[in-house]
Design a protein around this ligand. Structure first.
Ligand code: GDP
Ligand code: MG
Ligand code: K
Length: 302
């Protein structure tokens, strides 16, 4: 008998506190490193769109930044794009951490966003590998069913890939019937410029650790392909808020900037499959987080 299951396609918004594992989940599903995963919270500032292509469905992920408090313009922009993602989405996925249970912030996300949106919502209880006592999982699921009428509750370990398949199946169940919305070869619509900026920013975070928490922004000014040499020349500026931050990024005798540049270049080369010349500059720009023009340039929607 012919199977007449129709193709499905739609948008999924991942929402949760910083560091619950949103980027890890998405990257695990897509099998490509699209958003930046780091042990520090809030390294995903942009709304990153990843597309999962399957034979029977196309799942488009809106990787919302962690819901956060703060009065600066950056926080406001980030929050607005998070809310925008949720309003566009067909399915909401709320993520909490198994070892922490329901935190006050999780409760607030539930009250302030999830309940107001009133869309099919899947609860992911992530990081079950970190639970010391597995017997606490059932009561946590039970507690969650009391809080809201979740369409599904899925315990997961994104890092170990546990229950990812079950999660994808659940998403497909709630997606609307629709023809594919993106061409098959497209895994992201994030402009290359922003993607490269994110790679550079990730290298800054990884190399500077505690010294430079969230005060660096990267603007890729130009990407020039030199066809006959199979070469791409990229110019990028790293903005920092303070003079001493500039010193940290440049490092002794320029060693830090060199290291950041090499690591970023290697990753960009592997993605583009071409040789890359990466020129990096560091500029001090006090209060860049308040600069609307710069935020727009950096790809934050406002
Ligand atoms: P996001 O801020 O919500 O996007 O969170 P990330 O995906 O960046 O993850 C934050 C941290 O949690 C990273 O160090 C991840 O490696 C880690 N992480 C994510 N998922 C899991 C998991 O299932 N188990 C464990 N043990 N760690 C995880
Ligand atoms: Mg993230
Ligand atoms: K993170």
């Amino acid at each position: 008998m012919e199977q007449d299951k129709k193709f499905k396609a739609g948008f999924v918004a991942l929402i949760g506190r910083p560091n619950v594992g949103k980027s890890t989940i998405m990257n695990n599903i897509l099998g490509t490193k699209l958003s930046i995963v780091s042990p520090k919270p809030q390294t995903t500032r942009m709304r990153i769109l990843g597309v999962k292509h399957d034979k029977d469905a196309q799942i488009i992920f809106l990787d919302t930044p962690g819901v956060q408090k703060g009065k600066d313009l950056l926080t406001k922009v980030v929050m607005e794009s998070a809310v925008g993602s949720m309003e566009e989405a067909d399915i909401i996925v709320m993520i909490i951490e198994a070892d922490k249970g329901w935190t006050k912030e999780d409760e607030q996300i539930l009250e302030n966003y999830i309940k107001k949106l009133n869309k099919p919502t899947i609860l992911v209880i992530n990081k079950i590998d970190k639970m010391k006592d597995k017997r606490l999982l059932l009561p946590l699921i039970e507690e969650s069913t009391q809080k809201y009428n979740f369409a599904e509750i899925i315990p997961m370990s994104a890092i170990k890939g546990e229950n990812i398949d079950r999660f994808v199946d659940a998403l497909k169940k709630y997606l609307p019937e629709s023809p594919p919305l993106f061409p098959e070869d497209q895994i992201t619509d994030l402009p290359l410029r922003f993607y490269i900026a994110e790679i550079i920013r990730e290298k800054i975070f990884h190399n500077t650790r505690q010294e430079l928490p969230y005060s660096a922004a990267v603007e890729v000014e130009s990407i020039q392909e030199i066809e006959d040499k199979n070469l791409v020349v990229i110019n990028a500026v790293i903005y920092v808020e303070k003079e001493n931050h500039k010193g940290i990024i440049i490092g002794r005798k320029g060693q830090m900037l060199k290291k950041i540049g090499i690591q970023a270049r290697e990753e960009i080369e592997s993605i583009l499959g071409k040789k890359v010349h990466l020129n990096l500059w560091v500029k001090v720009k006090p209060r860049w987080k308040e600069d609307i023009r710069l935020l727009k340039l950096l790809g934050y929607q406002y």
